[in-house]
Design a protein around this ligand. Structure first.
Ligand SMILES: *[C@@H]1O[C@H](CO)[C@@H](O)[C@H](O)[C@H]1NC(C)=O
Ligand SMILES: *[C@@H]1O[C@H](CO)[C@@H](O)[C@H](O)[C@H]1NC(C)=O
Ligand SMILES: *[C@@H]1O[C@H](CO)[C@@H](O)[C@H](O)[C@H]1NC(C)=O
Length: 316
């Protein structure tokens, strides 16, 4: 009895493992567009897909980024300059994609481009601060997706959206977490809409990773500028100590949690693009799996406690 149960479990496990490792055929015919290839996940992914023999269309924010990427990859890889915050730029990049492809299909779209923090207490920020982040992290990917969707529908292909673990658990004020919650919401609705067309939508939820975005010094500089510009009453109420403590916490969280190896994330992206049965959600990084995902299921009061345990106290 126990033995047959064990055999059954083993069989299910092996079957799942086998299914999970089934890869699509003819990777070398498949075009994939990856946004945000100047650095970080996008850069790494573009190189990996190129090595697999896929045909990568890499969008970069800067000429320099595009040049550097081209030097490190095969002649199959093509680049285009794209600022996803700028709808004219999105429009012309989409036109470029249609021109390059001609009659061929676009197999995959990876919405990776994004901007990092500033995560800062909400009261220190302005509408423009929120708008800037939402424009790049939420409206940009929406724009790119909408423009390329006809091509992806035609190929019954894949859309991979890079969200974040903070799309499940809010850990700071500012537009960043909001944008990632938005990415989750859009991906969920689009997944349901696209299913009948045979298009599969996956969401990647990385934990803390060291990428070009979250360069610590840059983040600290941005926070200092924000702090310098807050209303004097706000500065008085929160106090200089609050600010220093906030910066210190941010830094120590990064240092204790940040993964420096980007492969867990790019492996998930690769799986979503090349597996016969991609998953709906991938969490990447040990902090995501062991801390943030469980945190998203605990009662709010407990989550609040855990997330504010070391928070600074206001001066007045
Ligand atoms: C892969 O390519 C070969 C040769 O071009 C073709 O015969 C085959 O049908 C393709 N397989 C798939 C799954 O598209
Ligand atoms: C937006 O992109 C277009 C086309 O690439 C460019 O001409 C224009 O200057 C950009 N606008 C801004 C505000 O960057
Ligand atoms: C990806 O996320 C963007 C928002 O960031 C959303 O507009 C788009 O529909 C999503 N794509 C898919 C396929 O879920």
């Amino acid at each position: 009895m126990w033995l047959s149960l064990l055999a059954l479990l083993l069989f299910i496990f092996l079957y799942k493992w086998y299914r999970q490792n089934l890869k699509i055929e003819n990777l070398s015919d498949k075009y994939v567009l990856v946004t945000g290839c100047d650095s970080g996940f996008g850069n790494q992914l573009a190189k990996n897909l190129d090595k697999l023999g896929m045909r990568v269309l890499a969008t970069c924010l800067t000429e320099q980024g595009a040049e550097n990427l081209k030097k490190e990859t095969s002649s199959r890889l093509q680049t285009v300059i794209l600022d996803i915050a700028n709808s004219t730029s999105v429009q012309s990049a989409a036109k470029w994609v249609f021109d390059v492809l001609g009659e061929r299909d676009l197999w995959g779209l990876v919405n990776n481009a994004g901007t990092g923090m500033p995560g800062a207490p909400n009261e220190w920020l302005s509408r423009e601060d929120f708008a800037r982040v939402l424009n790049v992290n939420l409206l940009g990917p929406i724009d790119v997706t909408l423009r390329l969707l006809p091509l992806i529908r035609k190929s019954k292909g894949r859309i991979v959206n890079v969200s974040s673990i903070v799309g499940r658990v809010t850990i700071c004020g500012g537009g960043y977490c909001i944008s990632k919650f938005g990415v989750e919401a859009f991906s969920d609705s689009l997944r349901r809409e696209m299913k009948p067309f045979g298009v599969q939508v996956s969401i990647i939820e990385p934990g803390y990773f060291y990428t070009g975005l979250n360069n610590m010094q840059f983040m600290k500089d941005v926070l200092r500028t924000i702090w310098k510009n807050v209303h004097p009453e706000v500065r008085y109420s929160y106090g200089q100590k609050y600010f220093e403590h906030y910066v210190h916490d941010l830094e120590s969280t990064f240092i204790s949690l940040a993964n420096t190896d980007l492969t867990p994330v790019t492996d998930c992206m690769e799986h979503a693009l090349t597996a016969v049965y991609p998953k709906t959600r991938y969490s990447a990084g040990w902090d995501a799996k062991l801390f943030f995902i469980p945190l998203s299921y605990v009662p709010t009061a407990l989550a609040d406690y855990l997330l504010t345990r070391t928070a600074p106290t206001p001066a007045h």
